[in-house]
Design a protein around this ligand. Structure first.
Ligand code: KPL
Length: 326
């Protein structure tokens, strides 16, 4: 029996460290809140920057956290582990990578994931959740959606710019899912994490978030503007309206109900986040691959299977591709 196959007890699950896969802003926020019982898994190059001994499994460093309103940085000790060489069983994992990196990042630590591990996926878009469930059917999967606003100024330096709410729900359970483990998982996230709510049905919320992102994010890149600037020109607003109509038509076909008319909801989000640049805009300006294939791309591929044409979503993706944005 390998180490990762030894059945875990509730006591062991209770004290097991929280692993964070994805050391960006969200990953750092969670690592900070769950410290000292959190470990960020990092790539070997990154790990070597922080330790001289490549054989060391864990290294300690400082994680700095700052609230924009208070401007006083707080420092907590943070443990780092090398994604390649870490081999102790992982029981509690939060994945905050970009949607397109989720599967490869999880595959890199597959050997060290305990069969009874609980995995929480926190990312924009859809498609990665389904892919993880398919490749990791024996693990307990949770998915979440967050309105927290955060950015990093450097690796392990996170600024908490907007206090938000994180909502989490079960995505997949298996015969290995131990009810005590689920209870501990929830209780620890509520106690030590950010403002967290657990719900039984997470899918409607994820669809709603997907729909909102599909009508905002790509357009902010196309027009190179802040969220609020989509409201201030009739041409941009027309785009928003058309994307909302097509998205609603698509959701109707999938029999997914939204609680508020989408255009109304999107305009509200645009007003609330008027001064923000969308996450996709930030990726595009930093020449990073965007999550659009998991947002509009996911909607388009699902719509195709339903025989639906979504001309505005298609035109948006084509125009972005012409600008070299993928
Ligand atoms: O979630 C967002 C994002 O930028 O990804 C919105 C709602 C558009 C806020 O910026």
């Amino acid at each position: 029996m390998t180490k990762t196959n030894v059945p875990s007890s509730p006591e062991h699950f209770q004290t097991a460290p929280w692993f964070i896969l994805g050391g960006g802003a969200m990953g750092c926020l969670w690592a900070y809140d769950l410290a000292p019982n959190s470990i960020i898994l990092v790539k070997p190059e990154r790990y070597l920057q922080y330790t001289n001994d490549p054989s060391t499994a864990l290294t300690a460093t400082k994680l700095s956290y700052q609230k924009t309103s208070q401007n006083i940085p707080c420092i907590r000790e943070c443990r780092l582990a090398n994604i390649r060489s870490y081999s102790s069983p992982i029981l509690k994992l939060i994945v905050t990578t970009k949607a397109q990196d989720t599967l490869s990042a999880l595959t890199a630590i597959q050997h060290t994931l305990h069969p009874q591990a609980h995995i929480l996926l926190l990312q924009n878009g859809m498609g990665s959740q389904q892919a993880v469930k398919e490749q990791f059917p024996m693990h307990t999967l949770w998915c979440g959606s967050t309105t927290q606003g955060a950015y990093t100024t450097d690796f392990l330096h996170v600024v908490h710019a907007g206090l938000g709410q994180t909502t989490i729900g079960p995505w997949h359970t298996s015969s290995d899912t131990h009810p005590h483990f689920s209870a501990i998982f929830q209780q620890q996230l509520i106690t030590y994490g950010q403002q967290v709510t657990f719900i039984n049905e997470i899918q409607p919320l994820l669809w709603q978030k997907l729909a909102i992102n599909a009508c905002i994010n790509g357009l902010t890149v196309l027009f190179e503007c802040k969220n609020g600037e989509l409201l201030t020109s009739p041409n941009r607003l027309k785009w928003v309206e058309k994307l909302c109509q097509e998205t609603e038509q698509f959701l109707d076909n999938k029999q997914i109900a939204l609680t508020t008319p989408l255009f109304q909801h999107v305009c509200h989000v645009l007003k609330q986040t008027a001064e923000n640049y969308s996450s996709t805009y930030m990726d595009a300006t930093h020449q990073r691959p965007t999550e659009l294939m998991y947002i509009n791309g996911f909607i388009l591929s699902e719509a195709k299977q339903l025989g639906l044409l979504l001309p505005s979503h298609t035109a948006l993706m084509v125009q972005l591709a012409q600008k070299g944005i993928f």
